[in-house]
Design a protein around this ligand. Structure first.
Ligand code: UD1
Length: 431
């Protein structure tokens, strides 16, 4: 097993270039199945979830040509299978986007039930209801979700989402690209990656309107043609490095982002006494003085993202006074708090609320990355802590952060990825 070994205490100085957004890439790459002809995707993050998706495309019979580390060309003309093997799909949650893409293009899709619930219950009932509303028959059998369109194809309809769901909104969008007539998704998710998927579909000749608002309208088209598309920068990766600067101190230019996507995170860092200055496509983040306490509640976009909860919570551990964090999306997203307590943090968790009493310092300790973002928070804590922090289960972090170690070393962090003689393998992945 690999672990990060971090000698904390170095303020961070320099520049970090942000990669393409994981949560956009994991939907847009399967969406290449909808395209007739060659689809060239740029700014794809080199992370393990993307590697898995490309393997799935290959397994289905698509041709995947790697142009360089962040660009691929996908040709789906030879796809003959519509079933994604359990072996690959169980390894990450976003494999559910293959159901929508395969159903939309080939009239049938079979994917293993996404597993690994370590944020609490992670149902896909809204995805299934959406496919059914379009006329598909959906069956959950032998651990697989099997969706099948009627002989004459899917038909556009009105779909009300009981809850704002990123996954269900994007999956229904994928399934309805060729549906007859118009599909209307009400109470749609508004996250930047929802908009990015709509932009991708439109760039290939589709007709999606309203992405980024509560109501998305998809007018069915006959086909999508090939083309080139560049994935948006990763809001959460950028936010993680902003939190790292806030926690460890220093001044870093976070490059190649969409500053508007960062407003929900920037607002909280400003409240905490961190300086965030916009400069074109960059944000300059610096912290020299003490951190101030604040309260945070995670909400759907444009609220504060649940995927940034743990990284900013590390800063609250070190802020003057008492702060409260309320998790508004998931049932169980405070598991990382026990790890932070091992580093000297003072935290009380009660259900979906955690209270942080600021301490003057954290001290290095061996800690576990419980999942992707919890693992990123352990890295942020290690950078700020006195002494050595060892973070294990790093495979979670590698799912979502391209070149994490190199990017942090380039701004002065003392972090290494080290092989540890241990054969424990964990499959509890989440998206
Ligand atoms: C996506 C992100 C994840 C992020 C989450 C919330 C990807 C690959 N993952 O996950 O990083 O934490 O958005 O911003 O993009 N729900 C239902 N039924 C459903 C689907 C969802 O009840 O069928 C509920 C969930 O339990 C949760 C809420 O809706 O309480 C939001 O979930 P959703 O937005 O769907 O999360 P994901 O798409 O799985």
């Amino acid at each position: 097993m690999l672990k990060y070994v971090i000698r904390g205490g170095n303020p961070l100085h320099g520049e970090i270039n942000i990669s393409g957004a994981k949560n956009a890439a994991v939907a847009i790459i399967p969406a290449a199945l909808l395209v007739d002809g060659v689809c060239r995707l740029e700014n794809i993050p080199q992370i393990s979830d993307v590697t898995l998706i490309l393997r799935i495309l290959d397994e289905l019979g698509a041709s995947v040509r790697v142009i360089n580390r962040n660009t691929v060309e996908i040709d789906s003309s030879k796809v003959r299978r519509t079933c994604v093997s359990h072996e690959l799909s169980r390894q990450f949650r976003a494999s559910y986007y293959f159901i929508g893409a395969l159903l939309g293009r080939f009239g049938s899709g079979q994917v293993s039930m996404p597993g690994g619930c370590n944020l609490g219950a992670r149902p896909i009932d809204l995805h299934i209801k959406g496919f059914e509303a379009l006329g598909a028959e959906v069956e959950v059998k032998n651990g697989y979700v099997l969706a099948k369109a009627p002989e004459d194809g899917l038909t556009g309809t009105y779909i009300y989402m009981d809850q704002s769901s990123v996954g269900a909104t994007m999956n229904v969008m994928l399934a309805s690209v060729f549906a007859k007539g118009t599909t209307i998704i009400e109470n749609a998710a508004k996250e930047p990656h929802v908009v990015d998927l709509a932009n991708f579909i439109n760039a290939m000749g589709g007709n999606v309107m309203g992405a980024g608002t509560d109501i998305i309208k998809i007018k069915g088209v006959k086909s999508l043609v090939g083309g080139t598309y560049s994935i948006i920068p990763d809001q959460i990766e950028a936010g993680t490095y902003m939190a790292a600067v806030a926690a460890a101190g220093g001044c870093v230019r976070i490059k190649n982002i969409i500053p508007k996507h960062m407003d929900c995170i920037t607002a909280k860092l400003l409240e905490m006494g961190v300086s965030v200055v916009e400069d074109g496509d960059d944000l300059i983040v610096s912290r020299t003085g003490p951190l101030k306490h604040t309260n945070i509640k995670t909400l759907p976009y444009p609220g504060f993202p649940t995927d940034m909860q743990s990284q900013v919570a590390v800063c609250l551990c070190l802020a003057d006074g008492v702060s409260m964090v309320t998790e508004g999306i998931w049932e169980n997203r405070f598991r990382y708090c026990d790890e932070l307590k091992r580093m000297g943090a003072k935290i009380q968790v009660d259900g979906k609320v955690a209270v942080f009493e600021g301490v003057s310092k954290l001290t290095g300790a061996p800690v576990r990355a419980w999942d992707l973002r919890a693992g990123a928070a352990m890295v942020v804590a290690g950078l700020a802590a006195e002494g050595v922090t060892e973070v294990d289960h790093t495979h979670h972090v590698e799912r979502g952060y391209e070149d994490l170690v190199t990017k942090l070393r380039n701004v002065g962090a003392d972090i290494q990825l080290v092989e540890e003689p241990d054969d424990v393998v964990c499959h509890d992945n989440v998206g």
